[in-house]
Design a protein around this ligand. Structure first.
Ligand SMILES: Nc1nc2c(c(=O)[nH]1)N[C@H]1C(S)=C(S)[C@@H](COP(=O)(O)O)O[C@H]1N2
Ligand SMILES: [Mo]
Length: 249
């Protein structure tokens, strides 16, 4: 994460900026306030550290026989059907919004980036789990290559499918966006993603529940706020009113 963004995040989480604390401590009998502010900073650091912790990774033998498809399992749009028939040779991932260097990436571009493979457990809010191996570039590599701007606070994931008449989409903050296990997966258990699991690209956001892991990914958009997107709650299920925006596990 860019240093300045990390500082902003910490300052936002703590009650008083560090400079203010120092000033108080120097100018009077403000020891108590200084101690309290120090405590705030420690709490903020601890909260951030726990969000940055890795999700458990498993051994190949722990993998489930299958990862069931949930939500959309077949994308009906003619554009998707044609792309699928074509082996996704012309699929593009648009990286736009608050970037200095917006990108449009082919599947080959995505496979040419440094790759991460991880065996993790998917937990769906509906009460089922599956352990599987996922491979793809870290989202952080794309955010750096596209030069995320300072004003960006959230990353929105755009998808090719329509569920209950609405475009599926999701969003995360920059802590999850830069998490080392947040990857744009193209392979599941060593083979290209099946359609039911989000072909050709789907997010893995390992510290959050299944509905945050956007499938059929067409775009990655950096925004300051998601108020103007969809119904403004940051995701498909959030807009419908079923689930919370933050689904940390
Ligand atoms: N585009 C899109 N992404 C989606 C969904 C969906 O319907 N459409 N369903 C979500 C839910 S609720 C879960 S549990 C997982 C399911 O992933 P899977 O189909 O690979 O099991 O994808 C999530 N991402
Ligand atoms: Mo889910």
């Amino acid at each position: 994460m860019p240093d300045i963004k990390r500082r902003t995040l910490l300052a936002g989480m703590a009650a008083l900026p560090a400079a203010a604390c120092t000033e108080l401590a120097e100018t009077g009998p403000a020891g108590d306030i200084f101690d309290a502010a120090e405590g705030w900073h420690r709490t903020a650091h601890r909260a951030l550290a726990s969000r940055q912790a890795l999700a458990r990774e498993y051994a190949p033998d722990d993998r489930s026989p299958d990862v069931k498809g949930n939500g959309t399992v077949r994308v009906e749009s003619p554009e998707y059907r044609a792309a699928q028939a074509d082996g996704f040779a012309n699929w593009r991932l648009q990286v736009g919004g608050l970037f200095d260097n917006p990108l449009s990436l082919s599947m080959d571009d995505i496979r040419a980036l440094p790759q991460r493979t991880q065996i993790t457990r998917h937990d769906c809010v509906e009460g089922w789990s599956a352990i599987a191996e996922w491979t793809g570039p870290q989202l952080s590599a794309l955010l750096d290559a596209a030069q995320l701007r300072e004003e960006a606070n959230f990353i929105v994931f755009r998808c090719a499918d329509v569920l209950y008449g609405r475009d599926y989409y999701e969003s995360v903050d920059l802590v999850d966006a830069y998490h080392p296990q947040t990857i744009i997966a193209h392979d599941l258990n060593g083979s290209p993603l099946p359609e039911k699991n989000g072909a050709p690209l789907r997010m893995r956001i390992e510290r959050q529940l299944g509905y945050k892991h956007a499938k059929y990914l067409t775009g990655i958009e950096a925004v300051a706020s998601f108020e103007q997107i969809g119904d403004g709650k940051g995701g498909f299920w959030e807009d419908i009113g079923d689930y919370q925006w933050y689904a940390g596990i």
